[in-house]
Ligand binder design. Structure first.
Ligand code: ADP
Ligand code: MG
Length: 140
């Protein structure tokens, strides 16, 4: 597997509890490199655009309100098989179903407030990285 890049978001529930460093340590310990990172607050419209793929889902409005409710840290993670590796480190969507030792199991509060986002394919990773970062901001 080649070196890949993936988009990660540390969500408002985690920034509110000052968990940015603890979550970043999980990525670095697993061999992922943080090659771009910034803290920002999404507007409702930006959250709705980012999660447009979910617009038919019952949780869409709530998810967009939540993701714009406080600061997030958006980041690009790079490494061998980074998309799948990050999904493994994150754990299942619902913290209650996530394996012990994953970010969502250890830090997530609920299926919505599950502490992190991670791209689910290399194609989506490229689109999601381009949503937040210019090439100049990614330093490998
Ligand atoms: P993942 O983040 O694991 O890729 P999805 O893409 O299916 O999961 O969902 C995107 C986000 O929407 C989840 O991370 C979570 O914050 C929220 N979400 C997913 N399913 C639900 C649900 N049933 N109820 C409330 N929020 C949900
Ligand atoms: Mg997803």
């Amino acid at each position: 597997m080649a070196i890949q890049k993936t988009l990660s978001i540390i969500k408002p529930d985690a920034t509110a509890r000052n968990l940015t460093g603890a979550i970043n340590a999980r990525f670095e310990q697993a061999g992922l490199r943080i090659v771009a990172q910034k803290r920002l607050r999404l507007t409702l419209a930006q959250a709705a655009q980012f999660y447009a793929v979910h617009q038919e889902r019952a949780f869409y409005n709530s998810l967009c309100e939540y993701m714009s409710s406080g600061p997030v840290v958006v980041q690009v993670l790079a490494g061998e098989d980074a998309v799948a590796l990050n999904r493994q480190i994150m754990g299942a969507t619902n913290p209650a179903n996530a394996e012990v030792g994953t970010i969502r199991r250890d830090f997530g509060e609920s299926i919505e407030h599950n502490s992190v986002h991670g791209s689910d394919s290399e194609e989506n990773a490229q689109q999601e990285i381009a949503f937040f970062f210019s090439g100049l901001e990614i330093v490998e």
